[in-house]
Design a protein around this ligand. Structure first.
Ligand SMILES: NC(=O)c1ccc[n+]([C@@H]2O[C@H](COP(=O)([O-])OP(=O)(O)OC[C@H]3O[C@@H](n4cnc5c(N)ncnc54)[C@H](OP(=O)(O)O)[C@@H]3O)[C@@H](O)[C@H]2O)c1
Length: 357
């Protein structure tokens, strides 16, 4: 990815001590984002901690309203409560927030954007841009290809999600349970309601009144918003599995017009950032272990679903790194688009400046 051509910007990473925050810092460096000054922010617990960034020592500061003075772009990944409290403080000080929590995603005044699906929605941001949930993120570009070519009628997606999606504590919990198993000690669970090692938990996040979990409902509502399909029929079951990094998804789609698996593979491969890995003869299909630490979304096991009439049913398997494309990479890609298109400042401020000019 070529470096974005811009004057150096002051960039804040809120939640810099977390797994997503750490990945955001890596992505800013790897992608050559024009960072002039980097501010690493976290809770009071981490204030004063030091983080080495490309050989330079950075001191973590507490995320307070005044920490956003002079910030151009603030990448938030510190939970919904922190985003609710501090994103408006950041925008009031002129920063544009790219928020990784669920706090603002379904706010009609906030664009919810996957870089290769709906980048034009960034144009109308008023200071806050929402980064989608990781499960939705890897699904939307693939669904976009079908929406544009043959229309989408109904989607059923079942997820197999890595523990890193829950954060640092869950990574440690899986590791500790594996070690306890090997040492023949009892498995202790505190992050999840049951042991995650050697298990599959059909609960990701809390349950809602409709019987779905919050994670499942995010896939439903966020997909509709990103794809601009408010009436899309979509259902999901989200399952946590003992994988450290990369979410997998089994997807069943009913399209409006017929589509063959071959055509679907061609359409998927044409989406930027999507890679088709599909050769049953050699047991080639997307795997969490090979997707981890990459930015691509991998699709395979593409086949006709014979339970749908008229060749309008497809089934496939989608895998992507939840920390990279599912969180940090997309956030940095959105920042790159804001810079490239001159949309860093809020739309009203840009328009006012344009009117005065
Ligand atoms: N993990 C994923 O795959 C993923 C994907 C998409 C979105 N997200 C979202 O990203 C956010 C962070 O997730 P994570 O996985 O990185 O979690 P994590 O590893 O537990 O890290 C949480 C981060 O938030 C900071 N934080 C907590 N309370 C804070 C406060 N009151 N003020 C300022 N900072 C605070 C923590 O700072 P301290 O170290 O000081 O406690 C830490 O830096 C969550 O909103 C999550 O929903 C995660």
């Amino acid at each position: 990815m070529p470096a974005v051509n811009s004057n150096p910007l002051t960039v804040a990473v809120v939640g810099a001590t977390g797994v997503v925050g750490a990945t955001m810092i890596r992505m800013l460096l790897e992608r050559g984002f024009p960072v002039g000054q980097l501010r690493l922010l976290a809770s009071p617990r981490s204030a004063g901690h030091r983080i080495d960034v490309a050989g330079t020592d950075h001191v973590v500061a507490e995320a307070t309203p005044n920490a956003f003075e002079g910030v151009d772009i603030a990448l938030f990944s510190a939970g919904g409560d922190t985003s609710k409290a501090l994103a408006p403080e950041a925008t009031a000080r002129g920063a544009t927030v790219i928020d990784n929590s669920s706090a603002w995603r379904m706010d009609p005044a906030v664009p919810l954007v996957v870089s290769q699906v709906n980048p034009d929605d960034l144009e109308w941001h008023e200071g806050i841009v929402a980064n989608p949930n990781c499960s939705t993120m890897q699904l939307a570009p693939v669904l976009m290809a079908l929406r544009d070519a043959v229309g989408l009628e109904r989607v059923v997606v079942d997820t197999y999600q890595a523990v890193s999606g829950t954060g640092t504590k869950a990574i440690r919990e899986l590791q500790a349970q594996v070690e306890a198993h090997v040492a023949r000690r009892p498995l202790e669970a505190s992050v999840y309601p049951h042991p995650i090692a050697f298990n599959a938990l059909p609960q990701v996040d809390v349950f809602l009144d409709n019987g779905y979990t919050k994670e499942e409902w995010k896939v439903v509502t966020e997909s509709r918003k990103i794809l601009h399909l408010p009436d899309l029929r979509i259902s999901s079951t989200a399952v946590r599995i003992p994988v450290f990094v990369a979410h997998s998804e089994a997807v069943h789609v009913e399209t409006t017009r017929p589509i063959s698996p071959d055509r679907a593979r061609t359409l998927f491969a044409a989406v930027p950032g999507v890679v088709v890995q599909d050769d049953p003869a050699t047991s080639t299909y997307p795997l969490a272990t090979t997707a981890a630490d990459t930015d691509e979304i991998y699709v395979g096991r593409v086949r006709q679903d014979p339970s749908i009439d008229g060749g309008r049913g497809l089934a496939f398997w989608v895998v992507s790194d939840n920390l990279r494309k599912g969180a940090a990479t997309n956030a940095v890609q959105l920042a790159e688009i804001l810079v490239e298109r001159g949309w860093i400042r809020a739309a009203a401020a840009r328009n006012a400046a344009g009117t005065r000019a």
